[in-house]
Design a protein around this ligand. Structure first.
Ligand code: GSH
Length: 384
């Protein structure tokens, strides 16, 4: 009954799936993505090099963090519901899933790749996970330079460049301070147990920002409660902390959410709404020029590649352009679909809640075609 997780210790999206598997005590073996098993057997089946991939005990193969978590949730592993029952809190959970898995990329990439004096020896070792085993030293160094060079380029595609370094640090340190304030009294983002909100955030907060030496130091010295949450998100044991014990297992409910949480929602509005809006606008213009795309055809998008180009927008006073990743629209749809399933009065209440915190457009921004997932890939859906 053992699962196999193919991934890498320093991979953001592997961290999301691994966190669910650890917290919920899923029996699994982790196999590095540089292994012959992964490149020779798994990659040909999913037709692209991408991690994480999970192989189930009966041989099914699943790529994508959200799909892996949903599959394991469906198999009954979740110790607590990972989708909140309360309609308001469910919508907020989806918001954090989207922001968590894509809104922290600038911080993650900056704090990994622009602190070479502190980070580089550690990264060189961590990247051995994606290299074939037993390479001679020189070949290993060449392969590391190649892989890290790709990632340094990817950082630029996410908007990290010398002109934005200071802004990226300002933004992340604000976020960290808000998270610290919240997690000082609440064990998880939405209350007493982890949900898709935590699993969305843990990718960047563990793999890069809670593991690479420079940002780990920042987290431990300025946000100790966030660091403890990162630890909790990587263990199966229940940990009772006197400071947060009163919370019990329950999640928040209703529209009256703690101020420490709504402050983070307002941060997301300020920091991320402009970017996702620009991406939707860019995509709709691009789709207008590409009427030939057939329904069901792959978006051919790897997260690090500029599948459908760069979208310009203003971020904290700077003009930047970032790579448009269709997968984000799939997560945005999950939020909107979850809201649309609610009663008319709950939908109105969620709108009011999102509007109050500057997030109303998150519920209405739509690409002209849906993104679907088929055979472990993102594909274009029908026009909406
Ligand atoms: N939507 C996917 C994204 C996975 C992803 O982008 N993984 C990165 C590593 S963290 C990757 O494999 N990139 C391909 C590459 O570097 O070529 C998921 O959430 O699982």
């Amino acid at each position: 009954m053992t699962y196999t997780l193919y991934g890498m210790a320093g991979s953001l999206y592997t961290a999301r799936a691994r966190s669910y598997m650890r917290v919920n005590a899923v029996p699994f073996t982790e196999v590095k993505a540089g292994s012959e098993e992964f490149t020779g057997t798994i990659v040909p089946q999913i037709r692209r090099w991408i991690i994480p991939v999970v192989e189930t005990p009966d041989g099914a193969i699943i790529q994508d963090g959200a799909d892996i978590i949903d599959h394991l949730d469906g198999a009954g592993f979740s110790k607590h519901p990972i989708y909140p029952d309360d309609p308001h809190v469910l919508a907020v959970a989806h918001l954090f899933e989207l922001f968590g898995s894509h809104g922290l990329l600038r911080a993650a990439m900056h704090y990994r790749w622009n602190f070479d004096d502190v980070n580089l020896p550690f990264l060189r070792d961590t990247f051995r996970d994606v290299l074939p085993t037993g390479l001679p030293e020189e070949a290993e160094e060449a392969a590391f330079l190649h892989a890290s060079g790709r990632m340094r380029k990817a950082a630029q595609l996410f908007g990290v460049n010398p002109d934005t370094y200071a802004l990226v640090e300002e933004s992340y340190q604000q976020f960290l301070a808000l998270m610290e304030r919240h997690l000082r009294t609440h064990p998880f983002i939405l209350g007493g147990h982890p949900t898709i909100a935590d699993y969305g955030l843990i990718g960047a907060m563990y793999a890069h920002l809670g593991r690479d030496p420079a940002p780990l130091h920042l987290m431990q010295t300025t946000a100790p409660s966030v660091f403890r949450w990162v630890e909790r998100m990587n263990m199966a044991e229940t940990f009772v902390d006197a400071r947060v014990a009163n919370a019990g297992d329950a999640l928040f409910a209703g529209a009256d959410l703690p101020g420490t949480l709504t402050a983070i929602m307002e941060f997301i509005a300020e920091d991320y709404l402009g970017e996702i809006s620009a991406h939707v606008e860019h995509t709709n213009a691009w789709l207008g020029e590409h009427g030939e795309i057939e329904t069901g055809s792959p978006t051919n998008n790897k997260s690090m590649k500029s599948g459908i180009g760069l979208a310009p927008f203003n971020w904290r006073g700077a003009s930047i352009a970032t790579v448009v990743i269709p997968y984000r629209f799939w997560l945005l749809q999950r939020l909107q679909d979850a809201v649309e399933r609610q009663s008319a009065s709950d939908q109105a209440a969620i709108n009011t809640l999102f509007d109050k915190h500057g997030l109303a457009p998150m519920l209405s921004l739509r690409t002209a075609r849906r993104i679907e997932r088929k055979d472990n890939q993102e594909v274009w859906g029908a026009a909406v």
